[in-house]
Design a protein around this ligand. Structure first.
Ligand code: ADP
Ligand code: MG
Length: 248
């Protein structure tokens, strides 16, 4: 453990890594076919911020999230997340780095043959929590997301909104410093979308940095958070307490 901490300190190479929980400098990413997905992205996010990423389909939002997860790698530029230099990170360091992140997707990605409790406990087992801790932590996070009474249900017995709450509980149970959500309300009706977004706000108020990709104009306008808008792989606006910008 001490060794791991020492290694992590060694990776904190510059002042930015201390000040910003997420920092991208002059980042360019194009896929194998040569299509540029992100061009000269500069973006800094401080610990505890709530940030929306908006923009048309194909504007590079998911690519940005995947860069932060180190699921895809940059062609050039620097990416720092939670004190880790993702450009120079070795493959074997990726799992330890990802323990700092909670991740939620549009399509929930639950284990269909396991119940709610087991879906959330699974995340704790990966990080080798004891059964005793799991029995304490899983009910606690399920009650945070409003699912205390549903722990035995299988995903198909739940509504979309409930399934996304399970995914959220699973993302949060290991207490990540950053929550990344790629269109978390994309499959939900307006009422459930609202509830999920306000849950994300509550999680943020408890100290977690939250980055949410969304198309949900009403919610973006209502919540008055920082809004970064991408267009064709370029940041075209970055506003505190912003609104949803029309692309056309
Ligand atoms: P968004 O999430 O905003 O819809 P994406 O980041 O998914 O945008 O895509 C940005 C651009 O990169 C698009 O032109 C898309 O077609 C392209 N792209 C995304 N993923 C891949 C991939 N795996 N291979 C090739 N091109 C991709
Ligand atoms: Mg996308």
């Amino acid at each position: 453990m001490a060794k791991e901490q020492k290694k992590k300190r060694a990776r904190k190479t510059n002042a930015d890594a201390e000040k910003y929980v997420i920092s991208l400098e002059n980042v360019n990413k194009s896929y194998e076919d040569g299509v540029p997905a992100l061009t000269d992205i500069n973006l800094k996010i401080t610990p505890g911020e709530f940030v929306f990423i908006a923009g048309d389909s194909g504007s590079g939002k998911s690519t940005l999230i995947k860069l932060l997860l180190r699921e895809v790698r940059v062609n050039s530029g620097n990416v720092n997340v939670s004190g880790y230099d993702l450009v120079h990170m070795k493959r074997k360091e990726v799992p330890m780095f990802r323990r700092n992140l909670g991740i939620v997707f549009q399509d929930f990605r639950l284990l269909k043959d396991r119940n709610v409790y087991e879906n959330v406990a699974f995340a704790q087992r990966i990080v080798q929590k004891s059964e005793r801790e799991i029995r304490k932590n899983v009910p606690s996070i399920l009650s945070t997301v409003g699912l205390a009474g549903k722990y035995k249900a299988k995903p198909k017995q739940l509504s979309g909104g409930e399934q996304q709450r399970v995914a959220l509980a699973r993302a949060l149970v290991n207490k990540p410093s950053i929550l990344l959500a790629d269109e978390p309300t994309g499959n939900l009706d307006p009422r459930n979308s609202n509830e999920i977004m306000h849950l994300l706000e509550k999680i943020n108020e408890n100290g977690t940095t939250v980055v949410v990709v969304t198309h949900n104009r009403e919610i973006v306008n209502e919540m008055q958070k920082r809004v970064i808008t991408l267009k064709k792989g370029v940041i075209v606006s970055d506003e505190e307490k912003g609104g949803y910008i029309d692309e056309d």
